[in-house]
Design a protein around this ligand. Structure first.
Ligand code: ADP
Ligand code: MG
Length: 395
């Protein structure tokens, strides 16, 4: 990465403000943290700072409180979980700016950690308000961004703050940027991208940007219906994005003229309604019944996709192959995940649902990199410059 990291600056004894992404999923009934992978992902940075004798001040958003204090979105439970994972006490503050927080910071010793309250309790955070950024900056000597998942947003704690403090990357930010930029700029070939998920319209920029870089492009998920329709197939009751048919045709033309192998499903699993526990069957894409929904890729498609990715040295995957939330339609996503887990290749996964699916399967550790930033990884792979990365000091 061409940006400075915490390895490149003096941090001993310094007050270090670390922007992390502790926007963890909460159980709707108990409000307990249902998945702590975002907390675990920044442990290397926090441990390093603690060991080097920094005074560690952590800040994050959680949910969408929209500028008000929302009791259920306080960060104290996150501080507790972080403390368990670190094996060290982590204090929590009642706010993220102001005299009381400054007082709490002044009491920190080297190696201590303090978690500030939810940044989005202040509306100024999302507005990238510079007075708010300046108030945050008063707490620290150095700013570290390790919140890759929030780096596509220009907020006070991800962008404005860098006007007031020397700003560098943490280890998670470094790893995310390194893996994703390597895939875009110098991937080992053959390079395949697998895309899926709900809609073509969510992934236009991604499809366009990677088209010029991959050797093969495999399309599954709900989005394949628009491509199948563009090829003249009927896709039953499945949603077709009519206004994206032209995009799909042009992308297929581009693939043909660039020598990119674009592979669409040859068979799919269809169901009588968009639900679990309803009659379903496997059919060829030329025989999708009028009253059925496409729910997953079929077994022949799984074989075709697997054969293709087995040849690859780099595989990027963004978007589930089917409606994996329902167990009958999980097979395509699971089979692709298992295939990737076996590969001796660089495997890079982006997208919130894709990450969730491989976490559930217990296969996340078998991938080279599972991005912690859904929206951020998508924008990065679209070729956009993320404001939270841009503001960091160059090496
Ligand atoms: P990611 O978060 O990994 O980028 P998306 O947000 O694009 O993925 O899409 C995830 C959603 O796509 C899932 O909720 C999944 O149910 C849905 N999906 C996958 N296949 C289909 C399909 N055939 N029809 C409708 N929705 C689908
Ligand atoms: Mg998503």
């Amino acid at each position: 990465m061409h940006k400075k990291t915490i390895r490149d600056i003096e941090i001993k004894g310094k007050r270090v403000l670390v922007r992390v992404d502790f926007n963890v999923p909460l159980d709707p009934e108990t409000n307990a943290i249902s998945d702590d992978s975002r907390i675990r992902a920044v442990l290397p940075t926090i441990r390093y700072l603690v060991e080097k004798g920094s005074k560690v001040i952590l800040c994050s958003h959680l949910g969408r409180p929209k500028g008000r204090v929302v009791e259920e979105l306080r960060l104290a439970p996150v501080a507790k979980r972080l403390s368990e994972l670190l094996g060290l006490p982590v204090a929590s503050a009642g706010d993220c700016i102001g005299p009381e927080v400054e007082e709490a910071v002044s009491r920190l010793n080297e190696g201590d950690a303090l978690l500030l309250e939810n940044l989005r309790f202040h509306a100024e955070e999302e507005k990238n308000n510079l007075e708010f950024a300046e108030a945050l900056s008063r707490l620290a000597d150095v700013y570290v961004n390790d919140a890759f998942g929030a780096a596509h947003r220009a907020h006070a704690s991800t962008a404005g703050i860098a006007q007031y403090l020397p700003a560098v990357a943490g280890f998670l930010m470094e790893k995310e940027v390194d893996f994703l930029s390597k895939a875009l700029t110098e991937p080992a070939h053959p390079f395949a991208a697998i895309t899926g998920g709900a809609k073509v319209s969510d992934k236009l920029g991604l499809l366009e940007n990677i088209m010029g870089k991959v050797d093969s492009l495999l399309i599954g998920g709900g989005m394949c219906c628009t491509f199948l329709k563009a090829q003249g197939y009927s896709v039953g009751q499945s949603r077709v994005e009519e206004d994206k048919l032209d995009f799909a045709r042009k992308l297929m033309d581009k693939a043909a003229s660039a020598g990119v192998k674009l592979i669409l499903p040859s068979d799919v699993i269809v169901a009588e309604s968009f639900a679990s526990g309803v009659p379903c069957k496997t059919v060829s894409v030329s025989e999708i019944p009028e009253n059925y929904y496409v729910m997953d890729i079929g077994p022949s498609t799984v074989d075709e996709f697997a054969t293709e990715i087995r040849k690859c040295k780099t595989v990027m995957w963004n978007g589930p192959m089917g409606v994996f939330e329902y167990k009958e339609f999980r097979n395509g996503t699971e089979a692709i995940a298992r295939e990737l887990a076996k590969l001796e290749a660089t495997t890079i996964l982006g997208g919130g649902s894709t990450a969730e699916a491989v976490e559930e399967l217990g296969l996340a550790d078998r991938m080279s990199h599972v991005s912690t930033g859904g929206g951020a990884s998508l924008e990065f792979l679209e070729g956009k410059i993320l404001p939270g990365v841009e503001v960091l000091q160059d090496k």
